[in-house]
Design a protein around this ligand. Structure first.
Ligand code: GLN
Length: 477
């Protein structure tokens, strides 16, 4: 394949823009050409914005103005990005890939969008996802699955699969996703990208369509760790519109120890042998770079998946109660109000969303609250304490991001087998720690070379540790 500007990383493109070797319009056009070629089969974008070129022209004009005023331009000025369909952009549809919100037009910008607009980002379009971010493959979209650009017979991961496919297929230079239980990191792993789930509260959730409010974070999907860092630094910070946000000084700076924690006890079964072999290879290389490997114990980590699949549906069912067919979203008429609800919600929500609403409503019901939700909360706290303790002596805890490479479309039709894919990612959402997935090599399936990722988890507020170690791993070769 001939190389195009669409293949550049954000960092490389920013350098070329600064040197005036290219314009933002060149970049946007290069992405639009790839979109033209591949989006029909990939289904990465649900909508490509008609004004993308106009936005790029405005960015070029702004750069010229910055230059006139001798002002340093933002590194994201004129960079074309893709936005997951559950992040509100004023005046544009945000459907969360659901029939419920198919025609919903956002009346305001999410805080992250405001920040990206201030930086001068070009928005190429909104990307496909599992409906309401529920899933790990982007097969649960009401608008058809997204395909993995590295092997179109396979899934890109999910739920931010459209964003991952857009970046991996060079249909965008970078993208935003959301991560409630791994939805940025798992698609990053399946598509050979870098994906960051920030510390809970580091990035405002205002204007992100809520799934599990105590778990959700917005973050970047990019081609390099440097790119993820640029986007994260642009998005982060206190937002008066999200009371859970934290400032940069919230957590004390930590010393680097060049020690990496490996919870070996979690890797005894369930991980594909060749994925584990890649993981061990990276660890061996890190050792030759002077890193010490430390065995860490997370005794409650085995409970993480069960805890997540109680807390997440509980919060999701609560958040989804707002789709009552009256305030916004799909509205079908029955003979009375109850029937309006039932009709609209039955037609608007897909099977996975309905499954989680039922599960969530059940675990929150008066008779079962203590047995399920209450207990899950206790286990969550225990797990948080264990992770915090383990991170006192190491820079990061590492595991494979997912137990396997990208699966085939249709392969995980049983929901429980799909949930198992989240085994390593849900912990960071439950504990609030930041976690980064970085490519760690490839494995082969049916003659195809497929990427796999390594996940690094750091102490609260210590994204810097992730970027530092992530760059080390990225450059191991
Ligand atoms: N795969 C997980 C789930 O289905 C994670 C989803 C997410 O992070 N949004 O819940």
């Amino acid at each position: 394949m001939e190389t195009t500007l669409a293949q550049l990383s954000i960092t490389e493109a920013a350098k070329k823009l600064k040197a005036k070797e290219i314009t933002s319009l060149d970049l946007a056009r290069a992405c639009l050409i790839e979109i033209q070629k591949r989006n029909t089969s990939l289904n990465a974008y649900l909508e490509v914005f008609a004004d993308a070129e106009a936005q790029a022209k405005a960015a070029d004009a702004r750069r010229a103005q910055d230059e006139k005023e001798k002002k340093e331009s933002h590194p994201l000025l004129g960079i074309p990005l893709a936005i997951k369909d559950n992040i509100l952009i004023e005046g544009r549809i945000a459907s969360a890939a659901s029939k419920m919100l198919e025609h919903y037009v956002a009346s305001y910008d999410a805080t992250v969008i405001k920040k990206l607009k201030a930086a001068g980002v070009v928005f190429l379009g909104r990307t496909n996802m599992d409906e309401f971010a529920m899933g790990g493959s982007t097969e649960n979209s009401a608008f058809g699955p997204t395909r993995n650009p590295l092997d179109e017979g396979r899934v890109p991961g999910g739920s931010s699969g459209g964003s991952a496919a857009a970046v991996a297929g060079h249909l965008a230079l970078g993208a935003l996703g959301t991560d409630t239980g791994g939805s940025i990191r798992e698609p990053a792993s399946f598509c050979g990208l870098v994906g960051l789930k920030p510390t809970y509260g580091a990035v405002s959730r205002f204007g992100a369509i809520a799934m599990g409010s105590s778990l959700d974070q917005i973050g970047p999907l990019t081609k390099s760790v440097e790119d993820a860092e640029i986007i994260f630094n642009t998005l982060r910070g206190i937002d008066p519109l999200d009371s859970t946000t934290i400032g940069e000084g919230e957590y004390a700076a930590r010393p680097r120890r060049k020690r990496v924690g490996v919870p070996r006890h979690l890797l005894k079964e369930g991980v594909d042998a060749d994925v584990l072999a890649q993981f061990d290879l990276v660890l061996t290389k890190l050792q030759t770079q002077g890193y010490e490997l430390v065995d860490v114990e997370l005794p409650s980590a085995g409970l993480a998946l069960a805890v997540y699949y109680i807390i997440m549906p509980a919060e999701s069912s609560t958040n989804l109660a707002r789709y009552d067919s009256i305030r916004y979203g799909l509205s079908l008429k029955g003979k009375d109000l109850t029937e309006d609800y039932a009709k609209s919600r039955a037609a608007g929500f897909g099977p996975e969303v309905r499954r989680r609403i039922i599960l969530g409503t059940y675990v929150l019901s008066a008779g079962y609250y203590d047995a399920y939700y209450g207990k899950a909360g206790l286990a969550r706290q225990k797990l948080t304490d264990e992770v915090t303790r383990a991170l006192e002596t190491v820079d990061a805890i590492v595991v494979p991001t997912a137990p396997c490479p990208a699966t085939k479309i249709g392969e995980k039709s049983d929901p429980l087998s799909m949930y198992l894919m989240d085994i390593f990612t849900v912990t960071a959402n439950l504990t609030g720690n930041p976690a980064l997935s970085v490519p760690m090599g490839t494995v082969t399936r049916e003659g195809k070379t497929l990427p796999v990722g390594i996940q690094l988890t750091a102490a609260h507020g210590d994204e810097a540790a992730l970027f530092e170690l992530g760059k080390k791993i990225q450059n191991l070769g």
